[in-house]
Design a protein around this ligand. Structure first.
Ligand code: BTN
Length: 270
């Protein structure tokens, strides 16, 4: 059901083969439900580390918290990669932090745009933090984290997000004011992911967290709101901890937000 790799992608992958190593194994499909579902299926069938799936369009692209990820053809990047973490006791949150850093670095490398991270893993740009992409990591195989599928969605052109998100979302081409090719962006995503997953396997948690903090520091010191068992809480975001939780100062106490929706008051929210 996979199709031959389009020539632009095949050429770019050949050129970057030494950088990509195992992450150069890219499968292509014109349209699918969700590339994450395809990658989970491949992982369950035993696909090796670095196996990746890219689609031109998704019928049922998924975002975090059960949201749909708008995935029309021609203007978005929809990429999912099987990551095998081996014997090391690696947590999904470490892979998630590392994948966010990789995706942000990849967009910057391919476009020059200074991309920041908004906790937990939105790729944002500009003073008002418009969303330019997102990362959805899903573990495969139940209990012990055996494989993780890292799904990356990036708005390359303006048509990649619905018009009603106009003031909260943006695209690489909108920000640059010119078009960009998809192939260098795909190569950077795969290469940056390969680098970061080496750090994950080496359990270089400190380097991953340090780099996430550097990209996410725009959020530290910002007022945030979140729901805690049906009650709205407010505080000031201060940091992330070793487990990837958002550390917030609230009513004189330090709280950890592990999951859920966080609204950043001084910035627009997607
Ligand atoms: C988010 O909500 O910010 C995460 C969005 C992740 C979307 C990508 S697109 C490729 C992969 N396939 C999916 O169905 N979702 C991810």
């Amino acid at each position: 059901m996979f199709e031959p790799l389009p020539e632009d992608l095949a050429r770019a992958l050949r050129g970057a083969a030494p950088r990509l190593g195992a992450f150069g194994r890219l499968r292509f499909v014109t349209e699918t439900g969700s590339t994450n579902d395809e990658a989970v299926r491949l992982a369950e069938e035993g696909a090796p580390d670095g196996t990746a799936v890219i689609a031109d369009a998704q019928r049922a692209g998924r975002g975090r918290r059960g949201r749909a990820w708008f995935s029309p053809p021609g203007s978005g990047l929809y990429l999912s990669v099987v990551v095998r973490v081996g014997q090391a006791p690696v947590t999904l949150s470490l892979v998630t932090l590392a994948a966010g850093v990789a995706a942000a670095n990849a967009v910057t490398a391919a476009s020059g745009l200074p991309v920041e991270l908004k906790w937990p893993n939105d790729l944002v740009v500009g003073r008002s933090w418009r969303k330019i992409g997102g990362v959805l990591c899903e573990s495969v195989g139940g209990g012990r984290v055996d494989a993780v599928v890292v799904g990356i969605g990036i708005n390359r052109g303006a048509a990649a997000y619905p018009p009603d998100l106009g003031d909260r979302a943006t695209s690489i081409e909108t920000e640059l004011g010119r078009s960009i090719d998809r192939a260098p962006l795909v190569v950077e995503c795969l290469a940056c992911l390969a680098d970061r997953m080496r750090q994950v396997r080496a359990r270089d948690d400190d380097a991953i967290r340090r780099d996430w903090r550097r990209l996410g520091r725009g959020g530290f010191g910002q007022a945030v709101r979140w729901q805690d068992q049906g009650v709205e809480r407010t505080g000031v975001a201060r940091d992330i901890d070793t487990a990837g939780a958002l550390v917030v100062e609230s009513e004189g106490r330090t709280e950890r937000i592990v999951a859920g929706e966080v609204l950043w008051d001084r910035r627009s929210h997607v």
